[in-house]
Design a protein around this ligand. Structure first.
Ligand code: FES
Length: 142
């Protein structure tokens, strides 16, 4: 199996069985993000405990890339501080821009760089997470 196919399987798997999918009651931070080009939108909910992200969930509808990215984002930022989560967003954006930085499991999205129209799909929920942390209610990829 080519490495690229393996990556695609991981994306498909997360989009079919997303982790941390659902509403989080009593969240400290919450925002909604939309990609106006396709109308896909997600909500992100974050709970903090002792300066760290203790719980994070998302809901919404979207393509396989955006949903799997959302699923993996929730796993990636759990246990991090707000600052660390925003730093990871920057690393993720740089990776989508073509940097070869190793971001572990998130490196599965490296191939998205070759498909500019899908970069917004992969980053949608990450921008939504950042909006929530920065206390903005809504964010758009445009
Ligand atoms: Fe809408 Fe991917 S097609 S977010």
């Amino acid at each position: 199996m080519e490495i690229r196919e393996l990556y695609q399987e991981l994306i498909i798997d997360h989009s079919k069985n997303p982790k941390n999918f659902g509403v989080l009651k009593g969240a400290d931070f919450h925002a909604e993000g939309i990609n106006p080009l396709c109308g896909d939108s997600y909500e992100v909910f974050i709970k903090m405990d002792g300066g760290k992200i203790s719980e994070v969930k998302f809901t919404g509808v979207g393509c396989a890339i955006s949903k799997s990215s959302a699923s993996m984002m929730t796993e990636a930022i759990k246990g991090k501080s707000k600052k660390e989560a925003l730093e990871l967003l920057e690393d993720f954006r740089e990776m989508l821009g073509g940097s070869k930085k190793d971001l572990g499991k998130l490196s599965v999205f490296q191939g998205v760089h070759d498909y500019p129209s899908r970069v917004k799909c992969a980053s949608l929920v990450w921008f939504t997470m950042a909006a929530a942390i920065n206390k903005k209610k809504n964010v758009s990829t445009e």
